[in-house]
Write a protein that binds this ligand. Sequence first.
Ligand SMILES: [Zn+2]
Length: 251
Amino acid sequence: MTEELFREDAMLATCEARIVAVDELGVELDRTVFYPVGGGQAGDAGRLVLSNGNGSAEGPTLAIADTRKHPDRPGVVVHVPAADADPVWRTAFVPGAAVTAHIDTTRRRAHMRFHTATHLLCALVPHAVNGCSITAGYARLDFHMSEPLDKEALSAGIARLVAEAHPVRHRWISEEELDANPGLVRSMSVQPPRGLGRVRVLEIEGVDLQPCGGTHVANTAEVGDVIVTKIEKKSAMTRRVVLGFAGAAGT
Ligand SMILES: [Zn+2]
């Protein structure tokens, strides 16, 4: 199991860790700040820096292009080396070695802003979501609905919720609590999964409440200038809403 530090503190950009294993997929650490692709959110990129023991200059560095959940080992996060990384890294990044893990904070910050914006969208469009993709360049949500959506009205709705500066926080809720609070379950825009013992719930105060394991900003004000760039009718019962940063290329 990898200790997932990003679940408790999405603001962490770096951590000390130890290499547990290395396989053909990449590097496993005992703990990490790297978010593995999941829940629609893209995985983190960044770098692992070998501790060289003298505490001064940075040791050898391995560029990480992506982060994934290990397909065969539940609970294990794999740091995927960049395709152009010098293969010699395998001689230095070995089990037992101490490293400092650094995420690409620009990329993660974009994920967090877009991810939080998708929750705002869920509050504005009260329909089930059947698809979600969050990258550093855009986010999109597929709503199960046939009614048309208005691009300008949704952008204005997001801008209003951003301006209102709602606090964003997560908490863990046990299944016993869920069972004892049917009203809480009813108020969630997405129904919580069962059988896990406890569920991580993301609350945007007064706006949205749903189970979510992703990374978010701490206040809707930090979402900033996110707008709806496109609305597509993907099928008779699917409306796709695409979000972008205002002023970015292509918007
Ligand atoms: Zn979320």
